[in-house]
Design a protein around this ligand. Structure first.
Ligand code: SF4
Length: 435
């Protein structure tokens, strides 16, 4: 039996802030971003300044009656295109209105070639204590083929700056499955990562979205993209190499102990979070909301809602009033919460706590899930293990995917699970709307 008590209505203690500007659009990217400036002339500060003002107004209008934030994540886009003053103003706005705990994790995505020593020092002085570097590959040919705005030399300069400033908690992003990428190139990139020895590594598999340049140029599975077998082997290769140094704590993420990304763990544990900025998603009061994906519509939405932002959407969805000019989506979830809890929780190496799942969704649901997954357990893709999540808590049975084979076939496993799960319709999707 599912019911609305499954909905997590706690006050968020995590905030995502979207900075939708990039030097150029990478050929595989379908994120909500605008291209600004260039390496020679710098950024169009007018456009970014205007955005920062709107963003601050949205943050200021968020009512918050809980403890100060434990995590803040500046993602994009390329947040490192912000000036130190703009970043500092945003941090102060968040701190003044929502509060930021003294030991909060404050992450910033920073691309090689978009910051110098002064900027990194300024961001750190303003409060940033975790940096995520969008490296992607260590071959200039591959970076060019992807439309990245940086070179391998920029990567090394960025790492040097991070070390100079003494940012210990930094992460490197790598992508596999790029056109013309060979296992030898992948190994070279992995070896370089090991030589840098960051605190954290994210390894993503390229997804070719139809509306991107790659979607027009290439067909998934066909040369110069790798076939499915090669893609799987690249994942295994990365897993083998990275687990020699790091803990593989999430399907795409590796960390030295204690350096798991606390902000992203909020998503994977399906806990509430604020989202601010164009295209940003939030999960507040049981509502998932996605803001408009263009600057004009985002500004229009903020202006028409009188800055009430999320609150205006709540009114619309509960009272069926005329929509705000936004494609925001609001969902109150019943059965969706179960699916999301499984989909997100099974990304984690620790898996899903079956005792908690039983408390939330009932024994019948848990039995169904374990029955459906039994054949996949026999194939070695799924297992139930006794896990202690916190040192002071008792160990409980957790359902998890095996590493690497279960992780590799996670889409197949979830399709099998969701295809067979009989969901009780006492789980009510109260409001689902694309405005
Ligand atoms: S830097 Fe990131 S967000 Fe910007 S275009 Fe490239 S992939 Fe997209």
């Amino acid at each position: 039996m599912l019911n609305e008590s499954c909905i997590n209505t706690e006050t968020p203690t995590a905030a995502y802030v979207h900075i939708p500007f990039c030097r150029r659009r990478c050929y595989y990217c379908d994120f909500a971003v605008s291209v600004v400036g260039d390496r020679r002339h710098g950024e169009n500060s007018g456009m970014m300044e205007e955005y920062v003002d709107f963003l601050r107004s949205e943050i200021l209008n968020q009512r918050h009656f809980g403890p100060p934030l434990k995590t803040v994540f500046f993602g994009g886009g390329t947040p490192s295109l912000l000036s130190v003053q703009q970043f500092d103003r945003l941090i102060k706005t968040i701190s003044d209105n929502l509060g930021i705990a003294s030991d909060a994790e404050i992450s910033v995505e920073m691309d090689p070639g978009t910051f110098d020593l002064g900027k990194l020092q300024g961001f750190v002085a303003a409060g940033a204590n975790r940096v995520s570097v969008g490296v992607q590959a260590f071959q200039d040919d591959l970076l060019r083929l992807c439309g990245r705005s940086h070179t391998v030399a920029d990567i090394w300069r960025a790492i040097d700056l991070i070390n100079q400033v003494g940012v210990v908690n930094f992460s490197i992003d790598l992508i596999s499955g790029l056109p013309h990428q060979t296992p030898e190139m992948m190994q070279e990139s992995l070896d370089q990562v090991l030589s840098i020895n960051p605190a954290h590594v994210s390894h993503y598999d390229l997804i070719v979205e139809p509306q991107t340049a790659f979607g027009r140029y290439y067909k998934p599975g066909e040369f110069p993209l790798p076939d499915d077998q090669t893609t799987a082997n690249l994942y295994r290769q990365a897993q083998k190499c990275l687990t020699s140094r790091f803990k593989h704590y999430e399907i795409s993420n590796y960390a030295r102990p204690g350096f798991e990304c606390r902000h992203n763990l909020v998503y994977w544990h399906n806990q509430p979070y604020y989202g601010f900025g164009m295209g940003a998603a939030s999960y507040v009061g049981g509502y998932r909301l996605t803001r408009p994906r263009t600057r004009d519509r985002y500004y229009q939405w903020l202006q028409s809602s009188g800055g009430a932002g999320v609150e205006s959407l709540r009114v619309f969805h509960s009272a069926d009033l005329a929509p705000a000019p936004t494609e925001a989506i609001a969902i109150i979830l019943g059965s969706d919460i179960l699916l999301e809890t499984l989909m997100l929780g099974l990304r984690l190496a620790s898996g899903v706590d079956l005792v908690r799942l039983q408390q939330q969704f009932g024994q019948e649901t848990v039995s169904q899930i374990t029955d459906i997954l039994k054949p996949l357990g026999d194939r070695g893709w799924v297992e139930v293990v006794s896990t202690q999540e916190e040192p002071d808590q008792p160990a409980t049975p957790h359902l998890r995917l095996t590493d690497p084979e279960g992780f590799l076939f996670s889409n197949t496993i979830l399709a099998e699970l969701f295809g067979h799960l009989q969901l009780s319709e006492t789980s009510t999707a109260i409001g689902t709307s694309a405005v």
